[in-house]
Design a protein around this ligand. Structure first.
Ligand code: 23J
Ligand code: MN
Length: 263
């Protein structure tokens, strides 16, 4: 008697042989994790902090554990549609109600790292996406659009947040591109290497924060502060991104992993 061969038993074989790799797209989460800075008229998100409950001591002689305190949108994190006012009235728009099917999706990776190296406020346009589609095929419905900028290779919070006299500078999406991806390609959402899915200067755009406005306004998701996008092919990888089941949560830190063909 032998077990039935299924796509899942084949996947296990491929994982065991190394023909499929698991890539960690997650930044470490700790006190040094950079947090988005907003104009001071708005409430800030606190930095991550951790306090020991016990450490094999009189507070717990055989166990070690901590309490953590953090904003939902800290480090590598998931943005739910309810995060933005444009997404507040959708059904199943919170971390605890999004159908789990949506936590697994194909990845389309657009590499704009060369453009971003030359211009840190680079915005992805619909034209660049369509040129990518000419080479790699049409973005399938329900896929993550991951923007590879190599921004995660910046070392230190100062270079990563890149705040200047006129505010933060980092790449993102042009509003027409966001509408195209959400409405004409029906993506699951967008994932980025920067601190948020909007460009650093997006607070000055019309409308402000167009990526949040139009993605969440279409019931779509966001993934921020990803890394290792340079280890993914343009197509062919699968992303697993399941936020914590926070009741009424607007998002959560999470471990994001990709399954990708080796080589
Ligand atoms: C609140 C306000 C503006 C932005 C954000 C949060 C994020 O980027 C986020 O983490 O969702 S731009
Ligand atoms: Mn967020």
């Amino acid at each position: 008697m032998s077990a039935r061969v299924t796509v899942l038993s084949l996947l296990v074989e491929e994982l065991n042989s190394g023909r499929v790799k698991v890539v960690d797209l997650t930044q470490p989460l700790g006190a040094d994790t950079p947090v988005i800075g907003l104009p001071p008229i708005f409430a800030p998100s606190p930095p991550f902090s951790m306090e020991t409950i016990s450490s094999y001591d009189q507070n717990g002689p055989a166990w070690y554990w901590n309490t953590i305190h953090l904003g939902e949108h800290t480090g590598t994190h998931f943005d739910a549609p309810v995060h933005w006012i444009t997404g507040k009235d959708f059904a199943n728009n919170t971390t605890d109600t999004i159908p789990v099917r949506q936590f697994v999706g194909a990845a389309c990776v657009i590499d704009v790292s060369k453009e971003v190296a030359l211009y840190e406020d680079f915005l992805l346009t619909r034209e660049v996406v369509q040129a990518w589609e000419g080479e790699h095929g049409k973005i399938p419905r329900g896929a993550w659009l991951l923007l590879r900028t190599d921004w995660s290779k910046r070392t230190g919070n100062e270079a990563f947040l890149n705040v200047k006299a006129d505010g933060p500078h980092s790449p993102g999406f042009h509003k027409d591109c966001v509408k195209f991806l959400a409405q004409e390609r029906d993506v699951l959402g967008v994932g980025v290497e920067t601190v948020g899915t909007d460009a650093g200067q997006a607070g000055t755009f019309d409308p402000p924060f167009p990526c949040h406005t139009f993605m969440h306004g279409a019931g779509k998701f966001g993934l921020a502060s990803l890394k290792n996008l340079d280890q993914l092919p343009p197509t062919g990888a699968i992303v697993i991104a399941a936020p914590l089941k926070i009741v009424n949560g607007s998002g959560s830190p999470l471990r994001v992993v990709a399954l990708t063909p080796a080589e």
